[in-house]
Design a protein around this ligand. Structure first.
Ligand code: NAD
Length: 348
């Protein structure tokens, strides 16, 4: 299968290089890599953060391994030329509507969590966030002046039933591959959109009798995520609530350098990336933690390549490297980015 490699800016290339070494070690004979520029680097050399040839490669590839984009030298550019537009453009062009973010605390890192270790240790969940709808894309939206001359801003929260059913199925299927429990998060006590959300998720549940479905209001979910994160297996929610809850869950799971993500479209194609950005403050110093990128590569094998056993091997090797005491700077150690890659390869 063809993997589009888009390392991007800052620490993106450093962490992606380690992920590629790991992919080559577990499945090199079945993978072909093709690399293309994206983000600030692509803007500087080709005049656009998502050049046509890069988009073409992403379309041709079976999966995309993405590093990070973001370059301080591009801060003054118009919005459509900023590096971050590349990731939004890829999501849109490839129809990537489902964002999967596992938040799991490796037991060795319990002290790095924002939660007390005995609570954090229980955490092993996935948030399935809808990515292409909701109040972020609903129209009408804008700013206007009221009749009495005050400024007013407004947005539209909307989902149609097909969009809800589509993401609900990703939620149920994710839960099915895990511990079989799905929690749908909404605000159905107040919002019409959420009432429809709850109705449709409940209807789709009939297709997945093995999965246990619960509904929770988003305010309660925010509380329970810090009070009892171990209760959750898979969470499915809309774009806005998912944006907030997934960041909250990340902080409970320790360093930002540990957390992978997948953005999936129809038919198994996906974009895999660490949740962190380009970290310009540590770029080029060998201090980045490559584990989020390596775990993103494991997600790629699981979701786009039907190589679950190889994905399990990578995740076990990451756990083994941590158990052996290897720590990058963000985890309080002095192991370099490449040194951490070596430790994972040794564990493999
Ligand atoms: P960031 O995630 O890049 O960095 C936040 C902090 O975490 C920094 O102190 C950084 O050093 C640290 N950090 C991040 N990843 C790390 C790793 N793997 N190992 C060790 N430490 C790590 O977020 P930011 O500073 O807010 O943003 C920097 C740039 O990245 C901005 O241009 C932003 O727009 C962009 N960004 C891109 C993406 C993406 O590509 N998907 C996501 C978030 C931010």
């Amino acid at each position: 299968m063809l993997i589009a490699l888009l390392p991007g800016d800052g620490i993106g290339p450093e962490v992606t290089a380690e992920a590629v070494r790991v992919l080559e070690a577990v499945a090199g004979d079945r993978l072909t890599f093709e690399e293309a520029p994206v983000g600030g680097g692509a803007y500087h050399t080709q005049g656009h953060p998502l050049p046509p040839a890069t988009l073409d490669l992403a379309r041709r590839a079976d999966a995309i391994l993405f590093g990070a984009v973001g370059d301080p030298s591009c801060d003054a550019l118009e919005r459509h030329l900023r590096p971050e537009q590349a990731i939004l453009g890829l999501r849109k062009e490839l129809g990537l509507f489902a964002n999967l973010r596992p938040a799991r605390l490796f037991p060795e890192l319990a002290d790095a969590s924002a939660l007390r270790p005995e609570i954090a240790r229980e955490m092993d969940l996935v948030i399935v966030r809808e990515l292409t709808g909701d109040v972020y894309f609903g129209t009408p939206r804008g700013r206007r002046e009221t009749n009495d001359g005050r400024r007013e801003g407004f947005d539209t929260m909307r989902y149609d039933e097909d969009e809800i059913a589509r993401i609900a199925r990703v939620g149920f299927e994710t839960a099915q591959g895990r511990r079989g429990s799905l929690c749908s998060v909404d605000k159905a006590n107040v919002l019409e959109t959420s009432q429809l959300w709850r109705d449709v998720v409940t209807e789709v549940a009939a297709e997945y009798p093995q999965v246990e479905l619960a509904h929770m209001y988003v305010d309660n979910a925010a509380m329970q995520l810090v009070r009892n994160p171990g209760w959750f297996d898979t969470i499915v929610t809309g774009n806005l609530f998912g944006d907030i809850l997934s960041d909250q869950a990340s902080m409970c799971a320790g360093s930002i350098g540990m957390l992978p993500s997948a953005s999936l479209g129809q038919g198994g194609k996906g974009l895999y990336e660490p949740i962190h950005g380009s970290a310009p403050d540590i770029a080029g110093q060998g201090r980045a933690n490559p584990l989020a990128a390596i775990l993103s590569a494991a997600m790629l094998l699981r979701h786009s390549a039907d190589m679950a056993a190889e994905a399990d091997r990578i995740e076990a090797a990451v756990a083994a490297a941590l158990a052996a005491g290897h720590r990058t700077a963000d985890l309080g150690g002095a192991v370099t980015c490449q040194g951490m890659g070596d430790a994972v390869l040794a564990a493999l």
